[in-house]
Design a protein around this ligand. Structure first.
Ligand code: ADP
Ligand code: MG
Length: 690
């Protein structure tokens, strides 16, 4: 039998019980075991001198026991001091028996493996793996790196190592290389079987540094295949989608012309180009699935409005979904204002509506009376049905998971047709990543801001200089400008955050008796929030104290000053989003990033990046470097977090080759494509079939 279908129970020592545990790691077949790859290595080939250790290092040390005693602190622990002539180290055990304590007697030799951590006096190792000797031990016999596998409860390293060894020994030679023969040569990478062999048990003399960094050719060979599998699975998703029909929406130019004629501005070139791309998609009988990315303030909403008009003009419904109440309300207002003169009914649906209002709105959707509905994720709910939905717009998509997106699509489907989807994001995705992780979407980019915007001047100052900031706010407001004062998450809880904002509001109101200081946060009633936003938009409120609820999309052109407290706690993309709330009018705008000293090195770097960089793409690129793709892209929607060996930053150079090969495989080797996806993604690709 093919090792793809040979069950794990074929291995020695794996009965039904163990098989069940292995299943938790997704290991069902021999192939799964072979492709369960070490995510790192431990280096037990050399003994490190205690004197030269730094916190965080995982090392093997050897020395003699100086002292061993029980400490009765907050938590009873056994402390054992050891030294090797270069320095000393403390071993700390929280669980121990009397016999263990007796074994660790003064003068004996000990060899330990573990992570050195900062302790009160010396560096420490907590519960290190250790071996005891009565006299100086023989030199080391381990001369290869030790693989560390992703493990789970009841499945330990030792077991995984044994299973991998057995699988490699007995079955690896039968493994089929699914990539074309000449590929390895072209990429200067070893054949699959050789690569796997080396990764599971690196031979003595293998390039240690390369292996530890994941840059060894054997690892690169597998990383290549993994990236390819992810890319292929998305391409296939896209292909499947195209098998569904969609309602072609033919543009009613008059409606769009009428709308454009009423706008107080004309479209930027980028908006025109993207609008074209979208209307071409809409006119086809296959569902559009397009990601519209554009920096904050690039004017994505107008583009969505035009797509909506094409759809409504053809007699179909549109749903617009936003991630927060505030944002949904704002879209509702914008669309209502824009569409009222065109005699188009705009409806509104949120989770916080009164029951009868909600029911009325739902029935207008079901009957088809409502041409356009704006809402939050309440739009997903059971009771909501559409009569003839043909387009859904999803704003700030990084807040929604792929599942929600697909669920909404299901809702909107009728007669086997899927609605078109336009997904908007202000978190620009670097091209290399987009190609791999959004290969199921078409990409449109607004790479131009509307004219007349001046870049937001950004300053970074410690909160000990708060008084200067206050002066600045007072001056700005005296000159007719408005200010946001953002209190980001300081405490984990929503309610504490709201409390912090409430207190800040009180302090600011005291400091500025002549100004109107208002407050908006996530725990306020929707009507209160709306009122607060309304009077800020209307210019009655001078200073709006807010939590990060104002992060996405909120648009008040006259606000030209933003203060962000505890800015060091926010990620770059989030700061960029927040900062995007100002600089929307023609006034010169500024953003003050206040931090609480001392700053970590990383935080200092982040704030400096914000000060020096205004381009959202550049910010995203730096963010990616600092935080990694899982955080930046939102882990749920991409396969990034499931990568076994590839690292999308480290392995960027492989991307163009992956793309090129994928084309050919899809065309000429569909069977290999399916096998590759199964090998690397297993069943996790199932959602693709929704
Ligand atoms: P985002 O892309 O961040 O969602 P918005 O759609 O909220 O941006 O647009 C930001 C602001 O720019 C809005 O006030 C909008 O009316 C305005 N705007 C959009 N397009 C243009 C344009 N072509 N010229 C001038 N202002 C524009
Ligand atoms: Mg927006």
């Amino acid at each position: 039998m093919d090792i793809e279908n040979l069950p794990v129970t074929t291995l020695k020592g794996v009965g039904p019980k163990v098989a069940l545990k292995l299943e938790r790691l997704g290991l069902r077949s021999i192939q799964d075991v072979l492709f369960h790859l070490p995510y790192r290595y431990q280096d037990r080939t050399r003994i490190s001198a205690m004197g030269g250790l730094r916190p965080g290092q995982e090392v093997l040390v050897q020395g003699q026991i100086d002292l061993c005693e029980i400490r009765f602190g907050r938590r009873r622990s056994l402390l054992c001091r050891i030294s090797d002539g270069t320095g000393a180290l403390t071993l700390r055990f929280f669980h121990f028996t009397a016999a263990q304590k007796d074994n660790l007697s003064r003068g004996r030799w000990i060899r330990c493996f573990g992570e050195a951590r900062r302790g009160p006096k010396t560096l420490e190792m907590v519960h290190p793996e250790h071996e005891l000797f009565d006299q100086q031990p023989e030199p080391l016999t381990i001369d290869t790196l030790t693989p560390v596998y992703p493990a789970t409860e009841g499945v330990h390293q030792l077991m995984l190592r044994k299973l991998a060894n057995q699988a490699v020994r007995e079955f690896l030679p039968e493994l089929q290389d699914l990539l074309p023969d000449n590929l390895g040569q072209a990429l200067h990478l070893p054949p699959l079987v050789e690569a796997l062999q080396l990764i599971h048990s690196p031979p003595p003399g293998a390039a240690v540094e390369e292996l530890l960094q994941g840059r060894h050719p054997a690892q690169q060979r597998l990383a290549f295949e993994e990236l390819l599998a992810h890319h292929l699975s998305l391409k296939r998703l896209r292909y499947k989608r195209q098998q569904h029909g969609a309602q072609p929406v033919c543009s009613k130019e008059t409606l769009v012309q009428d709308f454009l004629g009423r706008l107080p501005f004309s479209l930027t070139q980028a908006q025109q180009r993207v609008t074209e791309e979208i209307s071409t998609d809409l006119s086809k009988p296959v569902p559009m699935q397009r990601l519209l990315q554009g920096d904050v303030g690039a004017g994505k909403t107008v583009v969505a409005a035009i797509a909506a008009l094409h759809t409504i003009g053809s007699g179909y419904q549109v749903a617009i979904m936003a991630p927060t109440e505030i944002l949904a309300e704002q879209h509702y207002q914008n669309f209502s204002n824009w569409f009222a003169p065109l005699s188009i009914n705009v409806d509104w649906l949120s989770g916080k509506m009164k029951r009868d209002e909600r029911e009325a709105a739902v029935s207008r959707l079901t009957s088809g009376e409502a041409a356009l509905v704006v809402g939050t994720h309440a739009l997903f709910q059971e009771s909501v049905g559409f009569s003839r939905l043909a387009l859904m717009v999803i704003d700030e998509q990084h807040r929604f998971g792929v599942h929600q997106r697909l669920a909404l699509r299901e809702k909107g489907s009728h007669d086997g047709k899927h609605p078109h989807q336009l997904i908007m994001t202000a978190t620009p995705i670097p091209r290399t990543l987009a190609m791999t992780f959004y290969a199921d979407l078409d990409l449109s980019t607004l790479d131009e801001l509307p004219p007349g915007r001046t870049p937001v001047e950004t300053v970074v100052i410690p909160d000990s200089r708060r008084d200067e900031v206050l002066v600045r706010v007072r001056q700005a407001c005296a000159a007719g400008r408005q200010a946001y004062w953002v209190c980001p998450l300081v405490e984990e809880s929503d309610s504490l955050q709201a409390q912090a904002a409430t207190e800040t509001r009180e302090r600011l109101a005291e400091a500025f008796p002549e100004l109107k200081v208002d407050l908006v946060h996530g725990r306020m009633k929707p009507s209160d929030k709306e009122a607060a936003m309304g009077s800020f938009k209307g210019g009655t409120t001078h200073v709006l104290v807010a939590t990060t609820v104002v992060e996405v999309g909120v648009d008040v052109p006259r606000a030209s000053l933003m203060i962000i407290e505890n800015a060091e706690r926010l990620g770059l993309s989030q700061l960029h989003q927040l900062r995007g709330r100002v600089g929307r009018g023609s006034d010169r705008s500024s953003c003050v990033l206040m931090y609480h000293a001392p700053l970590s090195e990383l935080a200092r770097l982040r704030l400096a990046t914000m000060r020096d960089t205004h381009d959202g793409f550049e910010v995203a690129r730096r963010d990616l470097e600092m935080r990694g793709p899982g955080e930046v892209l939102g882990t749920r929607q991409t396969g990034v977090q499931n990568m076994r060996i590839a690292d999308v930053l480290r392995d960027q150079a492989l991307f163009p080759k992956v793309e090129k090969l994928a084309e050919g495989l899809m065309r000429d080797h569909p069977k290999q494509v399916v096998a590759l996806i199964k090998r690397w993604l297993g069943d996790s690709e199932d959602y693709a079939n929704v």
